[in-house]
Design a protein. Structure first.
Length: 284
């Protein structure tokens, strides 16, 4: 049966569980999915508990599958951070959700609604999924920033992180290029907390390997070093080409959790492709 049929199985009668969940990961970016198409969305406190590896299932985000909000979409994706706040975009979560919906519907292409806009997803293999993200914007109001600055050369620094690029791909990013390994947990929080970013920011630290390859690590909102970040991979590839550090449209991005392929489109969008994996299912 499709794995999403698990959402519709009643919990064991002898156990007082309320919600079925499915857990998936994309490049060790791990998410708990809840089917809220006919059920309430969890509260902030419930999200915090579910994400807590000691008290709940453990996740970097809780993803709610909700009824679609636009014509042509198959579902709306709610993205809930570990502190209960909502995010506008998450590329790896989108790919995992698309895989679940491919299994449920038998389709190989579909559209998912999100706060960051509609997301086109395609099945590229048994466990490989692509998602089209963007458009990527350098407009300081879109990032957003608290004041107008040159987003291609940010006027702030934290330790070795200097001369960054601020971008939006539905969520805010600041990308910094370095020539050597950096203690990201020490340097990135100073950027993320800077008043220039009223909604905080995902901080990408990128190292150019060659003209079509990046090594990337990302300090994510609300404050953690993640194994992978799909939107971060897309904006890092975009920023690298903007700076003239990368050439071509196909960029390989190596993250701690694995490798993503980013194809930069002429209209400012990016197609991000990579693997997903099923972890487990249960009740919370």
């Amino acid at each position: 049966m499709p794995v999403t049929d698990f959402f519709r199985l009643p919990p064991p009668g002898q156990q007082p569980f309320a919600k079925a969940f499915i857990k998936m990961q994309g490049l060790r970016n791990h998410f708990v999915f809840l089917d809220c198409r006919t059920a309430p969305v969890p509260s902030k406190s419930e999200v915090v508990r579910i994400c807590d590896v000691h008290a709940g299932v453990g996740a970097e985000q809780v993803i709610t599958i909700e009824a679609p909000r636009s014509a042509g979409a198959i579902a709306f994706m709610g993205i809930h951070n570990t502190d209960g706040t909502q995010a506008q975009a998450c590329g790896n979560a989108t790919r995992c959700l698309a895989w679940l919906l491919f299994e449920e519907t038998g389709r190989t292409e579909l559209l998912i609604d999100s706060l960051g806009g509609p997301l086109h997803c395609r099945k590229e293999g048994e466990w490989d999924v692509s998602v089209t993200l963007g458009p990527i914007s350098l407009d300081w109001r879109r990032v957003p920033l608290s004041r107008a600055v040159d987003t291609t050369h940010l006027p702030l620094a934290s330790g070795p992180l200097k001369d960054g690029v601020a971008l939006s791909i539905g969520n805010p990013h600041a990308v910094f290029f370095v020539d050597a390994d950096v203690d990201i947990a020490t340097a990135a929080p100073g950027i993320a907390r800077d008043p220039l970013f009223p909604e905080s920011v995902n901080v990408g630290v990128a190292r150019v390997i060659d003209e079509t390859t990046l090594k990337l690590a990302v300090w994510e909102r609300p404050g953690m070093l993640t194994e992978a970040c799909g939107t971060g991979a897309c904006v890092a590839a975009f920023a690298g080409r903007l700076r003239g550090l990368l050439t071509g449209d196909e960029i390989t991005v190596n993250l701690p959790g694995g490798t993503l392929l980013v194809h930069l489109l002429e209209d400012g969008r990016a197609v991000m492709t990579g693997p997903v994996a099923f972890c487990c299912a249960g009740y919370v």
